[in-house]
Design a protein around this ligand. Sequence first.
Ligand SMILES: Cc1cc2nc3c(=O)[nH]c(=O)nc-3n(C[C@H](O)[C@H](O)[C@H](O)COP(=O)(O)OP(=O)(O)OC[C@H]3O[C@@H](n4cnc5c(N)ncnc54)[C@H](O)[C@@H]3O)c2cc1C
Length: 459
Amino acid sequence: MSLGRAIPLWQEGVQLNATTRRNAVDGIVESDVVIVGGGYTGLWTAFYLKQLAPQLSISIVESKFVGFGGSGRNGGWCSAFLPMSPNEMSAEHGAQAMRFLQDQMFATVDEIARVAQAHNIACDFHKGGTITSASNPAHVERLHHYIDDWHDAGFSNTDMSWESAEQISQRIHVSSTLGGMYSPHCAVINPWKLVTGLARAVESLGVVIFEDSRALAIEQRRVVLEHGEVRAKWVVNALESFTSQLPAGKRKIVPLYSLMVATEPLSESVWRSLGWTHRETFADGRNMVTYAQRTADGRIAFGGRGAPYHFGSSISDSYDRNTTIHGRLEQTVREIFPQVADAQFTHHWGGPVGAPRDWHAFANVDVETGLCAGGGYVGDGVALSNLVGRTLAHQIANTGDALTRSALVNHQSKQWEVEPLRWLGVNSLLALTEYADKAERRTHRPMKRLLALRDGLLG
Ligand SMILES: Cc1cc2nc3c(=O)[nH]c(=O)nc-3n(C[C@H](O)[C@H](O)[C@H](O)COP(=O)(O)OP(=O)(O)OC[C@H]3O[C@@H](n4cnc5c(N)ncnc54)[C@H](O)[C@@H]3O)c2cc1C
């Protein structure tokens, strides 16, 4: 197969040359706060800090350009769901702390819409909820189990419910559905418009953003750059998957690749046959993560995990494209939506998401050293980065807000294994997940033992 444009769909037509870039750091810069990373985490932290402590001077240093990372290339699911399940969170932090955090996440989706509206960030936000469709009896059993877990944790049908095949078909016409899960707590966005709009908003509040300014080391009270340094009382690591590229971050976060394809804009008649009028985000009930959205300009953007983990946690632009995985994604789109069988796939891209060893997000501030860090989203960072940025800002501004005591605060995950164990472990997880999906397609039974083995590997 031949691949389409390598550029993320959302950045099509955007000029990213030397004249459009912001200044780089050249020499010594002093500010109260320096944030490393020009994605959602860094920008939301700066945004809320400027609301809570407007007197603080804030610099953001970005190695390439704002939105180069996941924030400018993701699937646009602005979802209230966390990488950690309610059961896992209750076991670790107690039921009350779990409930507090999840309720905060439900509210975060609306908070993003509020800020976008207040600051004229036209990011195609639309809250239509989310569907996970079961196309196999194994999916039905797993999704029922998943919903039961949420209900056991105290959430109701208004948060998450099972819908029959007929109900799902009223939302979207997919090739085969046996029913599925629906939750209203999710919106779609255009990720590039959100990240660039947010950058403009923080600049209007007085934050200074430096581009082409790669951090070589993050230390107490300073960030060392290729051509200078920024000195500050507070130093915030907002690098997510790229933390793994700093010597001190190698075993903190693993970069897992998520890849995407997009169709050409589809005709009105294709959309009529698809339904999907509320633009719910869509996933298939298989074990390997899939995610899709109907874009504002009438395409299907569809993504999935399953691309290999690269030895030594390496990250490279060349890993964003993988003929096998991109081909599989196209095939999956055609299987789920036979209406688009003849459509062209115009864009094939991808990027790393950051996975801590326990899949647990964090918003950490050390008042003694001034070192702060936010991330650990495992591919769920569009909405969660807002809550993490807000939580970091409340801690730095010392407001005493309830957020400063949430389960995200000062969470330390254990380190990933050294190589080659890390390479073997992560790629085994991916292989077991893929194998389980193939077996479920064949047998129509959930591969419980295999999946328990996979989860045991994470243990
Ligand atoms: C293909 C794909 C699809 C995804 N889909 C979804 C989705 O639908 N929903 C969802 O919730 N999440 C999704 N995610 C994850 C989501 O995009 C991320 O969790 C989120 O964007 C993380 O934001 P961030 O600001 O923490 O990190 P990033 O956006 O990665 O920002 C980090 C920034 O740091 C910069 N940087 C790197 N190294 C240095 C250095 N040494 N010095 C200075 N700067 C540096 C990078 O250039 C980058 O701009 C997806 C991710 C990918 C890759």
